[in-house]
Design a protein around this ligand. Structure first.
Ligand SMILES: NC(=O)c1ccc[n+]([C@@H]2O[C@H](COP(=O)([O-])OP(=O)(O)OC[C@H]3O[C@@H](n4cnc5c(N)ncnc54)[C@H](OP(=O)(O)O)[C@@H]3O)[C@@H](O)[C@H]2O)c1
Length: 224
């Protein structure tokens, strides 16, 4: 076998091994503007995605657009199926989801794009803003490895600014959450910049870290 042919075959084998090892089962709970957009990007990156909502029967068009590695299921199906869970719902849904998901996500990484607004989310939103959104998430989802990311970039930019060197504030504390959070951000086409959860309110819409910017600009804003 020629040396060049050997190198091509070895490279192909390596690529195949890498692709298999890197494939995740990502459950997206809340498959609207944000969940639908990010989930579609993760399918295109080679992952398998289950989209879920209270009305999974309405997600057929999204599943078709996302591609053959996408499917739809109930919230309970999604909680059980995913290696990692992405939560992308109006914050007012958190008390109900907390009840519904009790004990079902223990030990899993949950990446939340969900933001509290005092107007839209009423008392639940006001309490989360006052308490700190990460503490509120942990109250509703005890036992998970929490990541907050994609909180203050519009869903259209999640699609249009992907693979254009845009940095995403990625709030996480423990090693599992930091590693998986960074991977999900990278595989959606962005650059993760890891930040402690205690600063998560800074990453809310209108906060100092909101908007799309380069990694250098974000690090400068953070004082890193
Ligand atoms: N829009 C943006 O550009 C943007 C950017 C960054 C972050 N965010 C934040 O990300 C979150 C999602 O925003 P979005 O614009 O994608 O909202 P959206 O388009 O309204 O989608 C929300 C999704 O959540 C589902 N949902 C609502 N209540 C639920 C429940 N109790 N259980 C399961 N699923 C439920 C909805 O489906 P059903 O009603 O059928 O259940 C829908 O699929 C929000 O917190 C938002 O503030 C938004």
């Amino acid at each position: 076998m020629s040396r060049i042919l050997f190198m091509v075959l070895a490279g192909a084998a390596l690529c195949t091994g890498q692709a298999l090892a890197d494939t995740l089962r990502i459950s997206v709970i809340g498959a609207g503007n944000v969940g639908g957009t990010l989930g579609t990007q993760w399918v295109k990156a080679g992952h398998s995605v289950m989209f879920s909502s209270r009305h999974p029967e309405q997600l057929a068009a999204l599943v078709k657009t996302a591609g053959p590695n996408a499917q739809a299921g109930s919230v309970s199906d999604a909680a059980a199926w995913g290696d990692v869970i992405v939560l992308s719902v109006p914050y007012g849904a958190m008390p109900a989801l907390s009840e519904q998901l009790k004990g079902k996500l223990d030990g899993k990484v949950v990446l939340s794009t969900s933001n509290p607004f005092s107007g839209r989310d009423g008392e639940t939103g006001r309490k989360a803003l006052a308490q700190g959104v990460a503490l509120a998430d942990e109250h509703y989802l005890p036992g998970v490895h929490l990541v907050r990311a994609f909180n203050a970039i519009g869903y259209a930019s999640m699609r249009d600014q992907a693979h254009k060197n845009v940095a995403i504030p990625t709030f996480a504390d423990d090693a599992q959450a930091r590693e998986m959070g960074a991977r999900l951000v990278r595989d959606a086409g962005f650059i993760p910049v890891l930040i402690p959860l205690a600063r998560a309110n800074e990453g809310l819409p209108g906060g100092p870290l909101s908007g799309a910017r380069s990694e250098a600009e974000l690090r400068q804003k953070l004082g890193l």
